[in-house]
Design a protein around this ligand. Structure first.
Ligand SMILES: C[C@H](O)[C@H](O)[C@H]1CNC2=NC(N)=NC(=O)C2=N1
Length: 99
């Protein structure tokens, strides 16, 4: 099981992920897709990346606004896996023209 990161390490990793913010034991980002179908395409691609990583975000879908939340439930907090997947989500969102 991955080790949880301390506050300083979390702040350090967040510096490279400006769209993400910390809320307790999770990090969150809102993604505004150009359209609802494009938002679903983002979710589909994130789902495949999450399966590959065996690490899964919570996802809230409201029309074309998606909210991704990451936490390592098995470790009881934030680990490197959350920040690695956050970077992947950023790349997917950017490829789909999301804000
Ligand atoms: C067995 C499997 O590795 C675990 O259930 C994984 C799957 N995906 C997961 N995703 C997240 N976000 N946290 C976990 O602890 C987690 N555990």
């Amino acid at each position: 099981m991955a080790d949880t990161l301390d506050d300083a390490a979390v702040a350090d990793r967040l510096r490279d992920l400006p769209a993400w913010s910390r809320h307790g034991d999770e990090i969150r980002r809102e993604v505004k897709a150009p359209s609802f179908p494009e938002g679903i395409a983002v979710v589909d691609e994130v789902a495949r990346a999450a399966e590959d990583a065996d690490h899964h975000p919570d996802i809230d879908i409201r029309w074309r606004t998606l909210t991704f939340a990451l936490s390592t439930h098995s470790a009881g907090g934030l680990t490197g896996k959350d920040f690695d997947l956050a970077a992947v989500i950023d790349r997917i969102a950017a490829r789909h023209g999301a804000e």
